[in-house]
Ligand binder design. Structure first.
Ligand SMILES: [Zn+2]
Length: 548
């Protein structure tokens, strides 16, 4: 959200329309600035522990300026209190379910309200009674479904059991579950992944295939332009290390780009067609490889480029290369630099090469595979074949996003590694149909190892948020009186286990008993801990340092 979304109430809705060619829509549309955001301290004047983030408009004429704030929340506590209609979150937030009692409010588990928001069982005695319960979220959108796979997807699948149960309501004896819409461009066997993650036996693909492969009514296939979006080139060299190949490739790419850039008018030509090829993006499969390569860039690429024009081909003679001076430092997009620096690097990558601060080289890990949408980028080298084809497609799709500026991807191979060699040898065949090679992802939430890792947390999450009497942190001791009622949570997990994939009847019975027993053992352990605590007069509570 970059401009203020406020619409003047004096405009009838029919007159409010988005402006053309980037004009702000009628209404406010002022851009947010640093002065739009206020961190509110914890009431004790401690700015290190902000309690709330207030967003205001900088336009003094806007009704969301001065004393009034925009209805946008950015801090957990106010979100649990005000229960916004639309929430954007990352999947790691699921981990709060067993730890933070108030998270249940997001699923409509609230009983009381006042002018500050809603209160559930975690906040007894506050507010006055609500006439009727609130509805749970009824639409869940999972973006980038292919990322919820492997170990992350496996653990997420167990947490989804809790989310699904908390977001379901019985209406006229029928259980109504939330609708789930998942989006992805690279996935295979989506049905089994969706079933394992969300326990939905039926998957509908949107847009559905139409009678004509090129016109499904929802989408039409455009004839490809004369030039493809990307040209892929594979480079391997016998008896040379990957580092040397990278060094030589980077020098050739950057120096040749400089020659052509100059021939096309250089920086004074603001529409220089070489602009996309002046910024080189390097993709690395690991931080370790990136770290070593960054030093090669800093020590060797920079210094050799300054006198690279003396290299030229003898037969036929040509002068492809020019000297090139790095203007600014190398940018890095990885998890080892701060979020601020990454945001700054992304901003700089968007700069045309004639502008100040434009980037010569940016080195990145798979962090760029999602959410990096910079239209001007045109050249990338990939340092060794990535582990999965899906990752390879996602990463290399970061260049050549403009139809007018096709991308150039150079994949560097270590010919002495069998996997790289095989990719090099069938390079054209592989690239002609690489979507076919996208791996089926596996999600196994009810495997014994996954249960070892996450069943305790998710079972506590469902017990705590699914039963109001267990929600306050002091209620952890309630296990002594309500153990039998919590069996329902154990059964929910067992039932999910047999539904999460296609299995034979005999295997289903075994799996049901196995999961049910593991849940019961956990509940027994919980009860034993409480009984031991009770004997010594200690209170059992569920909490973390900052939870309530
Ligand atoms: Zn405004």
């Amino acid at each position: 959200m970059t401009p203020c979304p406020a619409v003047r109430p004096s405009y009838p809705p029919s007159e409010v329309k988005a402006g053309v060619s980037g004009d702000p829509p009628s209404g406010c549309g002022s851009k947010f600035t640093r002065d739009s955001f206020f961190l509110m301290a914890d009431g004790k004047g401690n700015p290190d522990f902000p309690k709330d983030l207030v967003v205001k408009c900088v336009n003094p004429d806007c009704e969301f300026s001065g004393d009034k704030q925009l209805p946008i929340l950015g801090v957990d506590e106010p979100i649990y209190r005000r229960l916004p209609a639309f929430i954007i979150a990352t999947v790691d937030k699921f981990a709060s379910l067993p730890w933070v009692g108030r998270t249940g409010a997001l699923f409509g588990h609230v009983e009381r309200y006042d002018q500050n928001g809603f209160y559930g069982p975690a906040d007894p005695k506050l507010g006055k009674a609500l006439g009727a319960p609130l509805s749970p979220p009824d639409l869940i959108i999972q973006d980038e479904l292919h990322l919820i796979s492997g170990p992350l997807g496996t653990i997420a699948g167990l947490y989804e059991t809790v989310v699904d149960e908390l977001a379901s309501r019985a209406t006229n004896g029928k259980k109504i579950r939330p609708k789930i819409v998942a989006s992805t461009a690279t996935v295979r066997r989506a049905e089994s992944q969706i079933r394992a993650l969300f326990e939905r036996p039926a998957t509908a693909i949107f847009p559905p295939p139409g009678p004509n492969i090129e016109d499904s009514f929802f989408a039409i296939t455009e004839a490809p332009p004369g030039t493809p979006a990307r040209l892929y080139i594979g480079v391997a060299a016998q008896g040379r290390s990957l580092k040397v190949i990278m060094l030589r490739t980077a020098l050739a790419l950057m120096s040749a780009a400089q020659t052509l850039y100059r021939e096309n008018g250089g920086r004074p030509n603001r529409l220089n067609p070489l602009d996309p090829y002046m910024t080189l993006v390097g993709y690395f499969n690991s931080l370790r490889e990136l770290g070593g390569s960054r030093r090669i860039f800093e020590d060797e690429v920079i210094s050799r480029l300054e006198r690279y024009s003396k290299r030229h081909r003898l037969d036929p003679v040509d002068d492809l290369f020019s000297d090139r001076k790095f203007r600014y430092e190398i940018q890095e997009l990885t998890s080892r630099v701060s979020t601020n620096d990454v945001a700054n690097a992304k901003r700089l990558l968007g700069k045309q090469f004639y502008e100040d601060e434009a980037v010569d080289v940016a080195l990145a890990t798979n962090m760029i595979s999602v959410g990096l949408d910079i239209v001007r980028l045109g050249t990338m080298f990939v340092n060794g074949q990535p582990k999965t084809t899906a990752e390879y497609i996602q990463a290399t799709s970061r260049v050549g996003r403009d139809v007018e500026k096709p991308g150039l991807v150079i994949t560097l191979f270590n010919i002495h590694k069998p996997r790289d060699r095989s990719h090099y040898e069938r390079f054209p065949t592989f690239h002609r149909s690489f979507y076919r090679s996208v791996e089926a992802t596996s999600v196994t939430p009810f495997s014994p190892r996954a249960l070892d890792r996450a069943l305790a947390a998710t079972l506590v999450g469902l017990c705590r948020q699914g039963f109001a009497f267990m929600t306050p942190s002091a209620s952890a001791a309630e296990i002594e009186n309500r153990r039998s009622e919590l069996e329902a949570a154990a059964q929910r997990f067992a039932k999910r286990a047999v539904e999460h994939r296609q299995i034979r009847q005999s295997e289903a019975v075994k799996l049901y008993d196995y999961v049910l027993n593991r849940c019961k053992e956990l509940l027994d352990d919980w009860l034993t801990i409480q009984q031991n605590f009770a004997q010594t007069g200690t209170r059992l509570i569920s909490c973390i340092a900052f939870g309530k």
